[in-house]
Ligand binder design. Structure first.
Ligand SMILES: Nc1nc2c(ncn2[C@@H]2O[C@H](COP(=O)(O)OP(=O)(O)OP(=O)(O)O)[C@@H](O)[C@H]2O)c(=O)[nH]1
Length: 213
């Protein structure tokens, strides 16, 4: 875990040197930000005791999107209130934000509006934003309906998906959607059809994702 600002130059020195897109994970403590990142990066689920992120942590991943390499540097922030001022300092460097709540925790959903206010205040105006309802594998403990997530997302014009870091449901899709949007924005190829994040997230697999490994 790092409290210092992630050092992009050091992180990429052994990689190659084209610019990374910074994707930041935000949301209440315990919604599954670290697990989502680990699932995406390593294809595994961090089972067992819950270790809260301190300050900020980050991982790099290169995706190939439509034949082009896209580098993501993913910043995993601490959801705990006491680290909020640390997180504020990082917003302005983020190109994309994945805002998570936990479908088994109503408070984490109720706090989404406060997170959106914070994002509005600290993030870049054109930041790519997506709302994710995580832990859908816990179908029996679900307290936030899919429709509630959809409604909120629609209200704010934000693309929305439900995910599970445990089963892997839609995790790859969410990051790929973000990578596609970032690639599209950075390349601005005149002949390329416009990429629509809202349309892309319709590829989402619905359900609990309970039965995948
Ligand atoms: N069932 C289920 N549990 C999950 C899922 N994602 C995370 N968890 C569990 O939720 C707890 C918190 O997960 P973390 O990824 O550490 O949460 P976080 O959002 O990073 O928390 P902070 O670092 O405090 O901000 C852990 O016990 C995980 O095992 C999921 O998709 N399904």
């Amino acid at each position: 875990h790092f409290i210092m600002r992630p050092d992009t130059s050091a992180a990429w020195s052994s990689f190659d040197d084209f610019r990374a897109h910074v994707v930041m994970l935000v949301g209440d403590s315990g919604v599954g930000k670290t697990c989502l990142l680990v699932r995406f990066k390593d294809g595994a689920f961090l089972a067992g005791s819950f270790i809260s992120t301190v300050g900020i942590d980050f991982r790099n991943k290169v995706l190939t999107v439509d034949g082009v390499k896209v580098k993501l540097q993913i910043w995993d922030t601490a959801g705990q209130e006491r680290f909020r001022s640390v997180t504020h300092a990082y917003y302005r460097d983020a190109h994309a934000l994945l805002l998570l709540y936990d479908v088994t925790n109503k408070a984490s959903f109720d706090n989404i509006q406060a997170w959106l206010t914070e994002i509005h205040e600290y993030a870049q105006q054109d930041v790519v934003l997506m709302l994710l309802g995580n832990k859908v594998d816990s179908a029996q403990d679900r307290v936030v309906k899919r429709e509630d997530g959809e409604k909120l997302a629609k209200e704010y014009g934000v693309p929305f998906m439900e995910t599970s870091a445990k089963s892997g449901l839609n995790v790859e899709l969410a990051f790929t959607a973000i990578a596609k949007e970032l690639k599209h924005r950075s390349m601005k190829l005149p002949n390329e059809p416009k990429f629509k994040l809202h349309d892309y997230v319709k590829k989402e697999v619905r359900g609990s994702g309970c039965c995948r490994s």
